[in-house]
Design a protein. Sequence first.
Length: 129
Amino acid sequence: MSTYLHTMIRVRDLDRSLAFYRLLGMRELRRSEVREGRYTLVYIGFDDNAHGQAEIELTYNWDQTSDYEVGNGFGHFAIGVPNVAAAVEEVRQGGGKVTREAGPLKFGTIIIAFVEDPDGYKVELIEKP
């Protein structure tokens, strides 16, 4: 049986990225520093990942932090939250960027919002009570 494990993104400022994802309720699950390769990998997710949820791998290359662009093929991460409006406010209060306020999906009733992490990656928040 195959399992979806993680999505990797390169980040410019590891501490700033971790602070942003903490606003969404995620936490650091594990970290490895590869001194020879001059990079740090931090896997983030929810709780202790005992349920095998997919994770985000934040890759911080020590010497290359300004050349990244959000690819035009990347869409967004999606995170289920119990209250989208409250999650948006948490991001806003934490200094994060809100790009779509909480509200129903166009032509639907599901409540969503969009925020951006410090590197410009879009995160969709979907209400899952």
